[in-house]
Design a protein. Structure first.
Length: 201
C-alpha cells in the first residue's frame, strides 16, 4: 500500500515481494550503513552519478555495445527523453556518510514505429561496488511496475553473451528466452551474440 508521506512511493523490503518505488530496508546490503535503499525517478541532478556507472560499463565490460563514454549532455538527454510513460529509476543509499546512487534502470521504446508502442525494453546497471546485493533485483521490480502502471503489454531485455547474472535476474522476474541474435555486435575484438528475453504483463 502507498505511504502518503512518501508522496506516492511505496515502502517494501528486498527479501519480500514488492510492488514499486519507495524506501526499502535491505538486509542483504551489509556494506551500506543504514541498509535502506530509496528507489525513485531520476532527475538531471543524477546525471553525473548515472554516467559514471554507465561509462564504466562502456569502457570495461561487454554489457553494452556503446564504445564511447557518454558526456554530461548525453546523459541529460537520456534522462529527459524518458519521461511520462517511460522511466529512468535510480537506487540510492547512505554509504560512508553520504548518499550514493548504487544503480539505475530505464525503460525505452522497443521500436520506433507506432504499432510497437505497447512494448518497451528495459536496461539495468549496478555500480560494481554493489553487485550481488539485490540492487538490480530492486530496480527491475520497479521498472516492471512502472511498465504495468503505464499500460505496456510486453517488456524485452537484450543481454550480450547471455551473461549468467543478468539472465538469472530476468528469469527470476518471469522473463522467457525467445531467441539468440548471433554475432550482431562486436566489442573488445570479439563478435558477440545477444540473448533476447521477453515478459508479457
Amino acid at each position: 500500500m502507498a505511504a502518503p508521506e512518501l508522496e506516492g512511493r511505496l515502502r517494501f523490503r528486498l527479501d519480500r515481494p514488492r510492488p514499486a518505488l519507495g524506501r526499502t530496508r535491505c538486509r542483504g546490503l551489509r556494506s551500506l550503513a543504514s541498509g535502506v535503499v530509496d528507489l525513485r525517478p531520476a532527475t538531471l541532478a543524477d546525471a553525473d552519478a548515472i554516467r559514471a556507472i554507465y561509462n564504466r560499463a562502456v569502457l570495461e565490460t561487454a554489457t553494452t555495445f556503446d564504445l564511447v563514454p557518454r558526456t554530461r549532455a548525453d546523459q541529460e538527454h537520456y534522462i529527459t527523453s524518458r519521461s511520462g510513460a517511460l522511466a529512468v529509476l535510480v537506487a540510492e543509499a547512505d554509504h560512508e556518510g553520504s548518499t550514493r546512487i548504487t544503480g539505475f534502470g530505464s525503460l525505452s521504446f522497443y521500436r520506433d514505429r507506432a504499432g510497437y508502442r505497447t512494448s518497451v525494453e528495459n536496461s539495468v546497471y549496478v555500480d560494481r561496488d554493489f553487485v550481488r546485493l539485490g540492487v538490480g533485483d530492486l530496480l527491475l521490480s520497479g521498472l516492471l511496475e512502472e511498465a504495468r502502471e503505464h499500460g505496456f503489454h510486453a517488456v524485452f531485455a537484450r543481454i550480450i553473451d547471455a551473461q549468467a547474472p543478468s539472465m538469472a535476474l530476468h528469469y527470476k522476474h518471469g522473463y522467457e528466452l525467445i531467441g539468440i541474435e548471433r554475432e550482431v555486435g562486436r566489442k573488445f575484438g570479439k563478435w558477440r551474440d545477444v540473448a533476447l528475453l521477453q515478459k508479457l504483463l
